[in-house]
Design a protein around this ligand. Structure first.
Ligand code: 5AD
Ligand code: SF4
Length: 486
């Protein structure tokens, strides 16, 4: 493992090794020299910040970037006036791209004040050719650009950036490579995401993810179990297994295995108290998984099951490969087998050709399934996806009317669902002090609902029993009733 590596012992007069991760260890050692001499010249420690846009996968990638940056000698900070700022971007909807362009203008201002400053960009947005063109032309102050497939090369790319003094751009179209054992700097000491697979093979017609994250690749169960054991030994009590479509985990491995099988292995690991996962595609959710969840003490009572639309006609155009009725019967089966589960979802409004009747079908599903929460998105046209060239882009008035009506239904059903636990005492993992009121702690229930309650910061990272006194829509106010169990 990397944490046993003594980087000062790596011979930098030798050629860099060809194999990974040894090659990256070599470049980490080399970067350490550049950072050390720059900080000696400036008479201060160099600072760095990683800004994450987008999903949990990106958040995990950012922890890997931060792990390398710490290793090479940067002090991590939250301030964007740092010596090295890296934006880990998202491109799932266009507003994520626009936010990045807006903030780059601000970074440029900082760079004019600090000529030593370096600016790097990576993540999904960088996999789009039109983005790279625009950056090359109009954002020439950027020092390093790379994509999703070569993030494991970050140390090597940093090194090239230091050595060349010019903008370094390295984007791969795809990869089948998975590099293990690189440094990671976790945001939370007590919980961690774990990539179990990369990419997506589903090609939902609106979605850019398969084009920017590539084909589905699963990590081996042995590597995943090894990583979880290391995390448990390091004090992690809650893990989240991450993939675009975790239900198809293991299908492309040499020795095919199932996601439910992986969960059962993860459960056996001492020290891990809670297991979450994200995201499930309804078409692949197996009875084996429902059974595994039902009988598990550790798998959390939460399932994120993106619906996208409740209209069978639109689902077909979206290439989702299930009907309204199939989704409803799946949700019903899950609720019957695991009555205390919270089901959350993603919904898109304004897919090409969608009418108010289609949106009514979606609203009908929301009422029938009674989601604990639903993330509602306005359809965003993504160049290169099949939906982008579909006729009948939906008029703005219909999108607005449908979106507002859907949101209202979601809020009403979610309030009733979340309030089901009022008055009960349930275990919550304490995550942080409340940002507005530091006498309050914020904890998360197994079903993913948040509870705020009075308590001391020493409880952060512990599982505490909390009485849920008042439900405020999507969260609770509560009080701790018991000392933690460990
Ligand atoms: N427009 C709007 N929402 C989208 N999503 C994915 N692609 C698009 C798009 N082009 C939403 C889906 C997915 C979530 C992560 O983002 O609901 O589940
Ligand atoms: Fe996109 Fe569909 Fe893959 Fe999810 S399952 S990442 S929505 S293509």
């Amino acid at each position: 493992m990397y944490n046993k590596i003594d980087f000062s012992k790596i011979d930098l007069t030798a050629e860099p090794p060809a194999e990974e991760p040894a090659r990256q260890y070599y470049y980490i050692a080399k970067c350490r020299q550049y950072v050390k001499s720059a900080s000696e010249r400036l008479g201060r420690t160099l600072t760095s910040t990683v800004v994450t846009f987008g999903c949990q996968m990106n958040a995990r990638d950012s922890e890997k970037l931060a792990g390398i940056l710490e290793c090479v000698g940067y002090q991590m900070s939250d301030c964007e006036e740092a010596d090295l700022v890296i934006y880990n971007t998202c491109t799932v909807r266009d507003n994520a791209n626009q936010r990045v362009y807006g903030r780059l203008g601000v970074l440029h201002g900082f760079k004019k004040k600090n000529p030593h400053m370096k600016i790097a960009l990576c993540g999904c947005m960088m996999q789009e050719e039109s983005v790279i063109e625009k950056l090359r032309k109009s954002y020439r102050f950027i020092d390093l650009i790379f994509g999703t497939h070569n993030i494991f090369k970050f140390a090597e790319l940093l090194c090239t950036m230091f050595e060349s003094g010019r903008t370094v751009i390295d984007i791969w179209k795809d990869t089948d490579k998975i590099v293990e054992d690189l440094p990671v700097e976790r945001k939370y000491p007590f919980k961690s995401g774990i990539n179990i697979m990369f990419g997506c093979n589903n090609f939902c017609s609106y979605c850019i993810v398969p084009y920017v994250r590539g084909r589905e690749r699963s990590r081996s169960p042995e590597d995943i179990v090894k990583e979880i054991k290391t995390l448990a030994a390091d004090g992690v009590v809650e893990i989240m297994l991450l993939g675009q479509n975790v239900n198809s985990y293991g299908k492309n491995l040499e020795k095919p295995t199932s996601f439910a099988g992986l969960l059962k292995e993860a459960e056996k690991i001492d020290g891990i108290e809670r297991i979450r996962f994200m995201t499930s595609h309804p078409k692949d959710l197996s009875d084996e998984l429902i059974e595994a969840m039902k009988h598990s003490e550790k798998i959390c009572r939460h399932l994120h099951l993106p619906l996208q639309s409740g209209s069978t006609r639109i689902l077909q155009a979206m290439n989702r490969r299930y009907t309204k009725e199939q989704y409803l019967s799946l949700a019903e089966k899950i609720r019957k087998e695991i009555p205390d589960i919270a089901i959350t979802t993603d919904i898109i409004v304004g897919f090409p050709g969608e009418t108010m009747e289609d949106i009514e079908e979606t609203i009908d599903v929301v009422k029938k399934v009674r989601f604990d929460n639903a993330f509602t998105f306005i359809y965003s046209k993504r160049t290169g996806t099949p939906a982008a060239s579909m006729p009948d882009q939906v008029p703005e008035e219909i999108v607005k009317e449908g979106f507002d009506k859907l949101l209202k239904t979601v809020q009403d059903t979610a309030r009733n669902q979340v309030a089901r636990w009022q008055g009960q005492t349930l275990p919550a993992l304490v995550e942080e002090q409340n940002a507005q009121d530091n006498t309050l702690l914020t904890g998360r229930l197994s079903n993913n609902t948040i509870v705020h309650f009075p308590g001391d910061a020493s409880l952060i990272g512990r599982i505490v029993h909390v009485r849920l006194k008042e439900c405020h829509g999507f969260y609770y106010m509560g009080e701790a009733v018991e000392t933690p169990k460990f």
